[in-house]
Design a binder for this molecule. Structure first.
Ligand code: PHB
Length: 395
């Protein structure tokens, strides 16, 4: 009886909408069509393997729901963003306007994210950020339809500075790619390192995704700091660690980084990565039942080991599942959808985390050391690290 009344009410609404000529397409689509999920990720270039791990993670979370979201079938659309900021707006627009995605999942590179962010704010499309940490997306330009499941660029390095000083490394050189992610990682590092009593001897940089490190490594050798701290990721990170070791610096100057340095690249870096210390919201040896189960299933499904990017993708999927289930698959019910996602606690392989008011994870940062191709967790660097969300006012 209840079901029948619901059906009647619904068809009455459809007829009403049809006669007004307005709402019919949306209603029919909301009830019957597949949910359209767009991936805008790097599938080529220095971050290619990050994009693949993220997509794998999202698919794994959806597969745990029989491939459905809130009971509805899912259709995927993909764009390779090449980590190229110049094409960011164009690529995001293609997914939103041509493919008419209900949700845009992307991306890795902070510069490209700014293109997605513009399109998301103007179109109102739901955007889930599975990696890029660009501050403004959850600070001054935070938005009701934009949720991040990864980190802000300064979150991992906020936990790094004090850790280094506590370990007796009080004079450091900082080195990174000169773009938003590197600059903002420095912001967190500078704050935590100097507040703990450390001195930054020199700040070095090179353009993204340049990997000609030689001249900079020579300069580091001459400066003789107690330690080097850095932000690099993907293929470029593996090359940096190899060059650092080839120059003999790994024997004399302890290398630290935000944990991206050693994620997904330990095979490529080989012995050069041994002993590198990093802070990150994940590690390979958490050894919790939740993480063990995730790692086993991921390895079985994709024939490779998971890393932090796979976890962030998986958590993006978990968040979407929670939201879609709360609105029974009707993603056009934005108020209820966003409320469910904002209040979400994600039972992540990294450990449970909550969504901040600015739509960014509040999460623990682990200290890890590379041993035998593993990011071994050796402690908690800082608990419940939250981004300050400066200037965020939700519209
Ligand atoms: C970024 O550009 O925000 C970025 C890229 C790769 C990472 C982390 C952050 O591993």
């Amino acid at each position: 009886m209840t079901t029948r009344r619901l059906v009647l009410t619904r068809s009455a609404a459809v007829i009403g909408a049809a006669s007004s000529g307005l709402l019919l397409p949306q209603i029919v689509r909301a009830q019957s069509d597949k949910i359209r999920v767009g991936f805008m990720l790097p599938y080529t270039g220095t971050f290619a393997q990050l994009g693949v791990a993220i997509e794998n993670g999202v698919r794994m979370a959806l597969n745990e729901q029989g491939g459905k979201l809130g009971g509805r079938e899912v259709e995927f659309f993909k764009v390779d963003d090449e980590s190229n900021p110049a094409k960011g707006i164009e690529n995001a627009t293609r997914l939103v306007q041509r493919d008419k995605v209900d949700v845009l999942i992307g991306t890795v590179h902070s510069g490209v994210q700014m293109g997605i962010h513009k399109v998301a704010r103007e179109s109102g499309v739901l955007n889930l950020i599975p990696n890029a940490g660009v501050h403004i997306a959850t600070r001054q330009q935070c938005a009701p339809n934009v949720f991040r499941t990864s980190f802000t660029n300064s979150q991992p390095t906020l936990a790094l500075g004090k850790t280094m000083v506590d370990r007796g490394h009080k004079k450091a050189v900082w080195i990174t790619w000169n773009y938003a992610a590197g600059d903002e990682a420095f912001e967190g590092f500078e704050k935590s390192y100097t507040e703990a009593g450390g001195t930054i001897v020199k700040k070095l940089g090179l353009p993204f995704p340049n990997v000609e490190f030689q001249a900079l490594l020579t300069e580091i050798a001459a400066l003789k700091p107690d330690a080097v701290a850095c932000f690099f990721a993907g293929g470029g990170a593996a090359k940096f660690m190899r060059d650092y070791a080839a120059a003999g610096l790994n024997k004399t100057i302890q290398l630290y980084g935000s944990g991206f340095l050693t994620e997904g690249v330990l095979d490529a870096a080989g012995d050069a990565a041994n002993g590198v210390l990093t802070t990150m919201h994940y590690g390979d040896s958490l050894n919790t039942p939740r993480d063990n189960q995730f790692r086993l299933e991921y390895a079985k499904a994709f024939k490779m080991q998971p890393d932090v990017y796979a976890v962030q993708g998986y958590d993006t999927g978990l968040l979407l599942v929670q939201g879609a289930n709360a609105v029974k698959g009707d993603l056009s019910n934005k108020k209820a959808l966003y409320a469910a996602m904002e209040g979400a606690t994600i039972d992540s392989p990294r450990g449970r985390w909550t969504m901040s008011k600015a739509h960014n994870p509040v999460q623990d940062m682990y200290l890890r050391r590379v041993e035998n191709k593993e990011n071994k967790v050796i402690g908690i660097a800082q608990k419940a690290v939250a981004d300050p969300a400066t200037g965020c006012r939700m519209a």
